[in-house]
Design a protein around this ligand. Sequence first.
Ligand code: CU
Length: 130
Amino acid sequence: MTVWKMAIGSVVTALLLASCGGSSGDTGQSCTPAGGSTSGTPTHTVKLVADPNTIGKFDPATVSVKVGDTVEWDFQDNTAQHSVTSDDSGVFDSCLQNAGAKFSVTFSKAGDVKYHCQIHSQMLGDVKVS
Ligand SMILES: [Cu+2]
């Protein structure tokens, strides 16, 4: 029983450490990119850039596309990692990426698709698909 308690304790410690690691560039999170790709021919590009008010921002924050179009996110912020993560969980998620990364999503049905950055709650974006 003692061994079991110690094991639980180290898991909790690891989680606490992970949640404090945002600025180090390695959050310790396990995240596998989903719902997108790093290839394909984009019809629209959204840049991820630094912003003095919100740390980072999507530029432009709102894009209007047609069904079948591909949006490519271009990570250009050398000062922080960001992610492109759908508000509806599991639709797409780039996971945290450094400057230089690219992530593309093809939108196959009409709708208003909102997304955000995993670690910066003020980083919000919107893809309007018609
Ligand atoms: Cu961010």
